[in-house]
Design a protein. Structure first.
Length: 193
């Protein structure tokens, strides 16, 4: 009998001691921060810089800019609440793109979004490709190009990969031509015999 009492007490203890708790971020007040005020938009090659004034909430954590690129992929740029600009990059062409700028606090509460339209200028890669020259060199290729906008290094690395592909394609065409010339010469030799 005593054994059953212990089981009943254990079951009652398990069912009465369980309760759901809501988990929130430390310092969460449940109130979203104020709206971000957009001061200016400076369009640049391949992107734009959005200057803003952040809300003055004590628990402000970061400012976010969400946009879709030319391939309709959702991107997000995040900066600290102490920084006053968002640097939007990565556009290959020109056009108008919508950016939703909003603030987040420590409780991950989102402010009302401020919608802005950016119009990136032509990407630097197009100017580089126009001046691009690749030549066969001893043990590899020699790449020459002009970078008038001083584009970032990662774009140049991608350009070098493109150059290597173009060089290999041109090398294949050159070898193919030499094989055709050699086969024509063989056929001519056989005809002369």
């Amino acid at each position: 009998m005593n054994k059953y009492k212990n089981y009943i007490c254990l079951i009652l203890l398990v069912f009465t001691s369980c309760k759901e708790e809501s988990h929130e971020a430390y310092g969460s007040d449940g109130i979203p921060p104020g709206k971000v005020i957009i001061n200016s938009i400076v369009n640049k090659p391949g992107g734009a810089v959005i200057k803003f004034t952040a809300p003055t909430d004590q628990d402000l954590l970061y400012i976010s800019g969400k946009y879709k690129n030319e391939k309709d992929i959702l991107k997000e740029v995040i900066v600290s609440g102490y920084i006053d600009s968002l640097n939007i990059d990565g556009f290959g062409g020109t056009g108008n793109f919508l950016v939703k700028v909003s603030a987040y606090d420590q409780g991950n509460n989102e402010s009302e979004a401020e919608n802005v339209t950016i119009s990136p200028l032509e990407s630097p890669i197009h100017a580089i490709l126009e001046s691009f020259e690749a030549e066969q060199d001893f043990g590899g290729i020699n790449i020459k190009y002009k970078n008038p906008t001083r584009a970032k290094y990662h774009s140049i690395c991608q350009l070098k990969i493109v150059a290597e592909i173009l060089f290999l394609k041109n090398l294949f065409i050159l070898v193919k031509r030499k094989v055709l010339i050699a086969s024509e010469a063989m056929m001519q030799y056989q005809l002369n015999l």
